[in-house]
Design a protein around this ligand. Structure first.
Ligand code: E4P
Length: 222
């Protein structure tokens, strides 16, 4: 039932970490592109600084942006070298050639978050190649009529039957209901934006109940 924050925004990360429930942060090139052009490594270093200050093993996923496997491996090794954060996971998209990248990084004891997964088959390949995380894109799969809950549940069942250590991260989340569905389907981790995580905490009856308690208590005090 772990929750990761899906953001590269430093304020999102500060505000999210302050609430103590975030177990990790996932980024991707699109999320990073929304941030000020401070330079890739400079910005990631600021994220790492925030995570390190928590004094807890908070995962951070950073995606390679090379397209050819050899370049991906080289880029992953450079990221690992320049971002010496113990809980760093390198995001590598699933693909036939990308499996070589996943395998090579796993061989070097570099955690891999295999991303852009839409089928059980892709997840099985990634996990067998050595991925620490397999990231299933829930709403993007639903966008094309896919049964995301079934893919998550089947993947979890396959991993559990094999007692495989890989964890399912469910991404591409658009509402608190998606988070619930992803966890109930068997996602070990759900990664969602700050705004979606924030909205998880709200309910009209909660606000109404708290206001009523305070009103009654204030009346009693006076
Ligand atoms: C996970 O880290 C994915 O990169 C992310 O959740 C994708 O979400 P999107 O479909 O909103 O881009």
């Amino acid at each position: 039932m772990k929750l990761f924050l899906d953001s590269a925004n430093l304020q999102d990360i500060d505000y999210g970490l302050a609430r103590g429930f975030i177990a990790g942060v996932t980024t991707n090139p699109s999320l990073l592109s929304k941030e000020p052009k401070a330079g890739f490594y400079a910005h990631v270093a600021k994220i790492v600084d925030r995570l390190t200050r928590q004094g807890a093993p908070l995962s951070l996923s950073v995606e390679v942006f090379a397209t050819r496997p050899d370049e991906m491996i080289a880029q992953a090794l450079e990221i690992r070298h320049r971002i010496p954060y113990e809980n760093l996971a390198i995001k590598v998209p699933i693909g036939w050639d990308e499996l070589r990248v996943i395998s090579e990084l796993a061989r070097r004891d570099i955690d891999v978050n295999c991303t852009c997964i839409f089928t059980e088959e892709q997840a099985v390949l990634a996990a067998n190649a050595g991925a620490r995380y397999v990231s299933i894109f829930m709403c993007r799969l639903k966008d094309i009529g896919g049964d995301a809950a079934k893919v998550i549940a089947n993947t979890r069942q396959i991993l559990d039957k094999a007692a495989h250590a890989a964890e399912i991260i469910v991404g591409s989340i658009r509402s608190p209901a998606d988070i619930l569905e992803a966890h109930l389907a068997g996602g070990h981790i759900v990664t969602a934006s700050y705004k979606i995580l924030e909205s998880m905490a709200a309910h009209p009856q909660t606000a109404k109940s708290v206001q009523g308690f305070l009103k009654d208590f204030e009346a009693w005090l006076t």
